[in-house]
Write a protein that binds this ligand. Structure first.
Ligand code: ZN
Length: 434
């Protein structure tokens, strides 16, 4: 009874608190690039109410503001407005300094990245970041994160070893070693219970096991993202199983190999010199990916830049060939209708004041994979949001969230102009670069 009274008292307090006054933000006189891939168009007024776009010139409805509404108008003459960028491949929890992730998030948002997909980390840290982002204690992009599944080999050392301090390798619900005997229904349910929205299918998995895992994840309403080859399961196996997204374009090469090795370590020894990115088996793969709506998280940036990551500390002799092949593969995949997204796998700049590397990924798509600037922007906005199942953003149309970037220069004329940021809005709230 006392419990019930307490409950009633609680709800009374909530109901009696005054409603917050509506917040209107009107952006006027700019060029709009809405994420559809079309040209820029002049807009006189874009109206945002409580973080949602309610009118753009004649489309939508212009509400009569409440008497106590707050109305802010910002003139943007000479500016371009694009949707916020989505980075579909980040890792936010692997830093020795646990607060580094928080700082990276806030600088990423100032740098125009409004949503990110974390593809493997310590879910306990990621969940805390996500909570702080939602409550506003932390400023940063929307965070969608994953639980990583793979065979025994991937839990012997390597980056997976430090994903779950306190747990035996491969035995945390978000860093799970599986084999043919695993109760996948239980393992996926436990992963889901961590708050992860994605199962990352990582390595050392046979085609039947990878297929069973992807099907179980889908069955339980989770998204799936796989490395393009998970050794020995090949890209085509993953596409046929219904995977949502494939990461790392260079690893698509194994589709044209008769027998994919079981050793996950072979990923850095792809036959990039021997197999053309338009090999008939690859062209068939791109067509199937397009038909089945599988996203390609190309991650060109990491192959371009890996040699600078920890110079002398790891073998990066293979990355140049991987990059060139991967860029050509992305060009063919896009031509076949595959939706490409902009993941970097390394989006945090060394200097926290610099822009996220996501901008580099856009430029690489244009300079090395034959994208027009408009196509690169679609990859970074509409496609990225769709890959994360964030249907309420990715384009700047009536009804979508006001996640957007105001630029000083035209990114369709030069893709590097995505760096000319005046400010970013996240749900209509402004963050300034400096
Ligand atoms: Zn990664």
């Amino acid at each position: 009874m006392i419990k019930l009274l307490r409950c009633i008292a609680f709800w009374f307090v909530v109901a009696a608190s005054p409603l917050q006054a509506a917040d209107y933000l009107e952006l006027t006189d700019f060029q709009l690039i809405d994420g559809s891939g079309g040209p820029a168009r002049p807009v006189k007024s874009l109206l945002i109410r409580d973080g949602v776009i309610v009118a753009i010139d004649e489309s939508g409805t212009r509400p009569t503001p409440e008497a106590d509404a707050r109305w802010t108008r910002i003139g943007l003459a000479g500016a371009w407005v694009i949707p916020g960028l989505v980075d579909t491949h980040v890792h936010l929890s692997r830093f020795p300094d646990p607060r580094r992730g928080d700082r990276i998030l806030s600088s990423a948002l100032r740098g125009g990245v409004t949503s990110v997909r974390d593809l493997a980390g310590d879910v306990r840290a990621l969940g805390e970041m996500e909570r702080a982002l939602v409550t506003g204690e932390l400023s940063g992009p929307t965070l969608v994160y994953s639980a990583l599944f793979g065979g025994p080999a991937i839990f012997r050392g390597g980056p997976t070893a430090d994903m779950a301090p306190g747990h035996a390798p491969g035995e945390a619900p978000w860093a799970r070693r599986i084999d043919a005997k695993t109760d996948l229904r239980q393992a996926v349910a436990e992963a889901r219970g961590t708050g992860a929205r994605i199962i990352k299918v990582y390595g050392d998995l046979t085609p039947p096991l990878a297929t069973a895992l992807i099907r179980e994840a889908r069955q339980q309403g989770l998204m799936t993202a796989a490395h393009a080859t998970v050794f020995p399961a090949a890209p085509g196996d993953l596409v046929d199983a219904g995977v949502g997204s494939l990461s790392h374009a260079p690893y698509l090469v194994w589709e044209a190999v008769d027998s994919v090795p079981a050793d996950y370590g072979q990923r850095i020894r792809g036959p990039w010199g021997a197999i053309a990115p338009d090999h008939p088996r690859l062209l068939a793969l791109y067509r199937r990916m397009a038909e089945r709506g599988v996203f390609l998280d190309a991650t060109l940036y990491v192959y371009k830049a890996m040699k600078d990551y920890a110079p002398g500390q790891m073998d990066t002799s293979w990355t140049e060939a991987a990059f060139a092949w991967g860029a050509a593969a992305v060009r063919h995949a896009r031509a076949a209708g595959v939706r490409v997204t902009t993941g970097t796998d390394w989006f945090e700049p060394r200097d926290e004041g610099d822009l996220p590397h996501t901008h580099e990924e856009l430029a690489l798509l244009v300079e090395h994979a034959g994208f027009t600037p408009a196509q690169a922007l679609v990859a970074a906005t509409r496609n990225g949001a769709a890959a994360l199942a964030l249907d309420d953003r990715g384009m700047l149309t009536v009804g979508k969230l006001a996640d957007l970037i105001v630029l000083e220069a035209d990114p369709l004329a030069d893709i590097h102009n995505t760096r000319q940021i005046r400010f970013t809005l996240k749900r209509g709230v402004m963050t300034k670069l400096r």
